[in-house]
Ligand binder design. Sequence first.
Ligand code: P6P
Length: 337
Amino acid sequence: MAIRKDGGFVTMQQHVISSQAEHIKASGEFSWLLSAITLSTKIISSYVRRAGLIDIIGEAHSADGHNQTNVQGEIVQKLDLIANDTLKRTLGYRGNVGIVASEEDNDPKVIQELGKGGKYIVMFDPLDGSSNIDTNVSVGTIFTILERIPGEKSVTQGVLQPGYKQLAAGYVVYGSSTVMVYTVGHGVHMFTLDPQFGAYLLVKENVKMPEYANQYSCNEAYLHTFPEGYGKYLGWAKDHKGGQCSMRYIGSLVADFHRILLKGGVFLYPPTKKNPEGKLRLMYEANPLAFIAEQAGGAATDGRGRVLDIQPTSLHQRTPLIIGGKKNVDEVMKFVR
Ligand code: P6P
């Protein structure tokens, strides 16, 4: 239900402006930047909602007619390209975004020099879970905002900052409704896109993740290639809890995480034989969600330490991810450590 303050709805714009008035030092330019992301996700949402009706389903084809692949080596869905271009275009017009980096692009892109006001870095997974598009499963956009380091030695070195440096992070899940969740380091706030108004309306402030829930989220098809501790945890969860434990796995990170943010539990994507460093990307998937999880009272680890403390070495590096309610994560780590 949309929250009313002073008799009116609270849009994302208003909320960001009031948040930054209270908290972050940035002037209105921060909300101006975030408005590029909210605008982009409204455009992306309109495409996702019409996926079956206009020619955007299926794989993008390069000029030679072959399936296009991205730096991840995945077949690029047409909607991926649309989402990626939309975000880059709207961010490009904000004037205070210096560097953008995307899961879809090999390298970070400078769009404004630091000396000319390009003080922010925005990184994103434009359409996470895109392989689910054709079957109408929820997909999402994940983003993070960092400040550029004056005197950065190179663009790449400038973006490779640990997760605890994030100024803001958020995601949009294109599900039964379009929901935006974000943090600027002072709590987690949730908005639903009202298609009539075309505005994100505040539906929940200071969202808190349940500390514990009897539910885990994991693709157990890889069970036999997980490091031993994960198998022990999963076996224990099934046996010890005498069937009280349930498993939910959508196969779309944003959707799985959003459920855990609201209902609790734990999501695990351990190292596997196919992805010995884990499958999920640190910079624009694990870090933003870890920032949100911690702000909501939850936890996120790579099986060794805190995700937000990882010093990145490359833009598209992957990481194992165990994220969810604090007690759920601790319970997994008892078996993994
Ligand atoms: P698997 C989608 O491709 C994705 O990147 C995440 O959204 C999701 O959590 C994960 O991969 C699913 O991976 O190996 O279970 O299909």
